[in-house]
Design a protein. Structure first.
Ligand code: GDP
Ligand code: MG
Length: 275
């Protein structure tokens, strides 16, 4: 599981500090080094780690950790609080739009897990007595439409598709369809694209303009390495995303890259939990 290695290493770093009545500056420095290594090994972005360490150091000095009654515990508390902040506090919930349908647009790299997540989201919404509609706006990969149709069938959610016509047009028609048939949430599955592919990125921007999604969600594969940070920056610059959904956390990913995405975009992590 992702983050397992990270928490194990942090426990290790913390162990050295607990049970000690008094600790020295050097103890704190050593612990900080261990924390830094643990984050880097978990694939957290270098600058994110640097900022994190700076923050913890400043707080430790500011709060005079060394001279407190239980300096080890105090230091661990600061690290934990800052880690929580780094992860964006608690996981944010998806929001509803005032008018029907609420539109969620999923975007991200090819293979990130958008189509799979579209199905998971739809199922989650069904359980909340919503009436979701899936829209197939990936027209570039052969079989992308039928993949979404299979996903839709598995969870019992209708799929709107218009073959390979302009996906922006399809998205617009899906909104009308949802409105007409009383489907109150529309999940738009888009084509995976590289953040450097200007034409395809432009298509996403046009889609945003055309349907004004309530949430633009960047789907990030937890296995992605450091490039996830650049990807997230590009998507966020172009689309001003609303949140990040991390997939494949069940794999053996180190998870740090996804964590960094949250830090560099400043956007909350949103899993499939719909509020
Ligand atoms: N282990 C695991 N595999 C996943 C997960 N989500 C997607 N996948 C797999 O990743 C591959 C790409 O997923 P897909 O939804 O088609 O990605 P898309 O190109 O972004 O639409 C497929 O083989 C999925 O089965 C997940 O949460 N865990
Ligand atoms: Mg897909």
């Amino acid at each position: 599981m992702a983050f397992e290695g990270l928490s194990e290493k942090l426990q290790g770093a913390f162990k050295k500090l607990t049970g000690k009545g008094k600790i020295s500056e050097q103890n704190i420095k050593d612990a900080m080094r261990d924390v830094r290594m643990a984050l880097l090994e978990a694939d957290v972005n270098y600058t994110v780690v640097k900022d994190f360490i700076k923050q913890v150091t400043e707080r430790s000095i500011g709060e005079k950790v060394i001279s407190t009654l239980n300096p080890g515990q105090q230091f661990i508390k600061i690290v934990n609080e800052e880690l929580t902040k780094l992860m964006g506090g608690s996981v944010a919930k998806l929001t509803w739009s005032p008018s029907v349908p609420t539109i969620y647009m999923l975007c991200g790299l090819q293979g990130a897990g958008k189509t799979t997540m579209a199905g998971k989201l739809a199922l989650n919404l069904l359980k909340q007595n919503k009436k979701p509609l899936l829209a197939a706006c990936d027209i570039y990969r052969p079989a992308a439409i039928s993949q979404l149709q299979i996903v839709g069938r598995q969870v019992g959610v209708p799929v709107f598709e218009k073959g390979t016509q302009d996906p922006v047009k399809t998205a617009k028609e899906a909104v009308e369809y949802a409105r007409y048939y009383g489907q109150d949430v529309l999940i738009i599955d888009t084509a995976g694209r590289l953040h450097v592919d200007e034409e395809l990125m432009e298509e996403l921007r046009r889609m945003k303009e055309a349907v004004h999604p309530q949430e633009i969600l960047l789907v990030v594969d937890a296995m992605t390495g450091q490039d996830a940070v650049n990807v997230a920056k590009s998507f966020n610059d172009l689309l001003n995303i609303d949140g990040v959904i991390v997939t494949k956390l069940d794999g053996d990913a180190r998870g740090g890259a996804a964590l960094s995405v949250r830090a560099v975009t400043g956007k909350p992590i949103k899993f499939a939990g719909v509020g």
